[in-house]
Design a protein around this ligand. Sequence first.
Ligand SMILES: Nc1ncnc2c1ncn2[C@@H]1O[C@H](COP(=O)(O)OP(=O)(O)OP(=O)(O)O)[C@@H](O)[C@H]1O
Ligand SMILES: [Mg+2]
Length: 480
Amino acid sequence: MIELSLGEVAAATAGRLDCVARAAERVTGPVVVDSRRAAPGALFVALPGERADGHDYAAAAVAAGAVAVLAARPVRHPAVVVDDVLVALGRLTRYVADQLTEVIVVGVTGSSGKTSTKDLLAHLLAGRGATVAPPGSYNNEIGVPLTVLRADRSTAHLVLEMGARGAGHIAALCALAPPHIGVVLNVGTAHLGEFGSREAVARAKGELVEVLPPEGLAVLNADDPLVAAMASRTSARVATFTIEGSVEGSVKGSVEGSVDVAARAVSLDPRGRPSFVLVAASGEAAVHLPLYGAHHVPNALAAACVAGELGMPVADVAAALSQAVPASRWRMEVAERADGVTVVNDAYNANPDSVAAALEALVAMAGGRRTWAVLGEMRELGAASANEHEAVGRLAVRLGVSRLVAVGTEAARVHAAATQEGSTVESATVPDADAALALLRDELCPGDVVLVKASRAAGLERVGEALLATHRPPVSEGLS
Ligand SMILES: Nc1ncnc2c1ncn2[C@@H]1O[C@H](COP(=O)(O)OP(=O)(O)OP(=O)(O)O)[C@@H](O)[C@H]1O
Ligand SMILES: [Mg+2]
């Protein structure tokens, strides 16, 4: 981050210095919320956690080199004491963002695919200038500040993932570092429980394009009507992307101007990796995405729109997309076991859209081999939960998944609906991850392809990892 004196930190956060010998002492970064990540020059932000209170770790952070603690009360170490640490973190973030006048800030939101798109975009932009993007899925009121505060005067692009669980959340994230470019991927059913309806999700996601300045750019998915309709909510220019032929009665007409970036002739290779022709106003180029599942195509198109806006030639975009590597864990992480079983660990999270995408990818990449879908609960669906779980069961049958293992009480609805839908799928319901693992250990055969997917809270990523632990692959395609 840019270097700041403790006096400046106090001024920016409306805090007061405590136990500080010299207000001119400088924070040289990083800004951390975990004392184990404190390093010389760090600012340790003492947040109250679910299990622990950051204030208890102030001494450890200072011992590790932290210059000061941003705290809600004196900690007997150098501190900037504020009323509310999270609010102060936000103020500091905005203060720093306002200093970085040369940085292009890109916000990415949507119900699914934010992290995947953010990673693709960071990969594309890294070739054009220093790019700061969050690790994993840092997309909330803590993750966004920590990301912004990593930027400094050498940063050219700041890519921010923005998540929302309710109205006003995206607007609040945007206020931390106002974006110049806003990407909205889709409006799906994630967090439907909190929002109540897809229209409410759309209202919340669209806050991103409402804050864009007239000279900014809103990147919208023309194939998602609720996203395309956001064109009327922004004063920025609008660029749209589409998968040609993907939507009957295409919504292109509803977006002013024409589609800016398209994918033509999308196909999946025998392992489920998409290829397509990237079509832009400036030309066309072939893309072979080294990622699994057709759902990465819109993500790649969104990233391509942004890269194009920032002057990257279409051939370069296509070449870079074709060299993308999965950067965040447990998203369609594919590994081959020594015995020929393929494990697809997609247990980072699950909602109806991402489960559908993963099931389609599973069947595509199996190319006729026996497929297993090990599915845990999709959380946070509210009143829609029963219907959505049942719909997944029916979809699994329609797609021709061979074996279904529903893990836990709510996911048992997937099993029930699948069994009712047809006899082509052999379905079972088990109480927990251990039982799922026991069943798989007994019944997996060489050549099978196993997808493991659930909301993160279900902890099914352990199943994927345990399946691999017993048969370490010679060369893993997963992440290190
Ligand atoms: N464009 C997409 N449409 C539908 N599903 C997708 C899309 N992109 C990714 N997915 C699926 O959604 C899951 C989550 O992907 P990713 O982590 O990129 O999304 P996210 O929006 O960042 O999620 P979160 O809200 O948890 O941060 C992946 O496991 C993948 O199966
Ligand atoms: Mg994410």
